[in-house]
Design a protein around this ligand. Structure first.
Ligand SMILES: Cc1cn([C@H]2C[C@H](O)[C@@H](COP(=O)(O)OP(=O)(O)OP(=O)(O)O)O2)c(=O)[nH]c1=O
Length: 197
């Protein structure tokens, strides 16, 4: 099987990829996350996922590079990671009592063939109404600060979620079913690997 490289410094993405049971190596991508203004969310996350994969690809000689990028979208407005506690509270007050979308872009690059697949997954998440006090107390935990949209579905942020439509793993940062489909296009099948190893 081709060696797999996860181009990500996110411990969450590593944990998610571990669920597929495949061996992989983590390589942190060095990229600027600035993109052209006004890109639709799916293009934004695909562009950034591709950029992360592209940053790691030159450092390997053979294998598959996997990268992802996640944003939260509320009424067309892209919410990335909050800059500080105040911005985190602002984002959460937008999400409270409403449904939003989470987009994750996924890029897989093969070396040395140069073949690449770029795609994205969208999940809808509905928050229950939140009080100002709940928001302030959640922000004070520090959990929202490095998360797109200022919450972690896999953490304490779970207590705000009234419902999810679509892939849960996509919300946490790596759409596992979609990734497994893409890996199969490159001849890597998690079910087959786990059976034979
Ligand atoms: C909505 C949501 C986001 N997030 C996280 C996933 C991503 O790590 C982060 C969005 O930032 P990203 O820029 O997608 O990723 P990252 O900078 O953490 O890691 P890397 O670029 O090295 O791969 O938000 C959660 O952990 N839980 C959630 O519920």
């Amino acid at each position: 099987m081709l060696p797999i490289y996860l181009a990500s410094s996110s411990p969450r993405r590593s944990m998610l990829l571990e669920q597929l049971g495949l061996p992989f190596t983590v390589v942190a991508p060095e990229v600027a996350e600035e993109v052209q203004e006004g890109l639709p969310p799916h293009q934004l996350v695909e562009t950034l996922a591709l950029r992360k994969a592209g940053a790691v690809e030159p450092s390997i000689s053979k294998g598959l590079v996997v990268a992802a990028d996640t944003v939260v979208v509320w009424q067309g407005k892209v919410l990335g990671k909050p800059a500080d506690a105040r911005e985190a509270a602002e984002m959460l007050s937008l999400l409270a009592g409403n449904e939003h979308e989470v987009f994750t872009g996924l890029a897989v690059m093969e070396k040395p063939s140069g073949r690449r697949v770029v795609t994205h997954e969208r999940t809808r998440v509905r928050f229950r109404p939140l009080t100002t006090e709940e928001i302030a107390r959640y922000v004070a935990t520090g959990e929202p600060l490095d998360k797109a949209g200022a919450y972690a579905a896999q953490g304490l942020g779970a207590i705000f979620i009234a419902g999810i439509r679509g892939c849960y793993f996509n919300v946490v940062g790596l759409p596992l079913a979609r990734l497994a489909q893409v890996l199969k296009e490159f001849g890597v099948d998690p079910l087959e690997y786990v059976q034979n190893n």
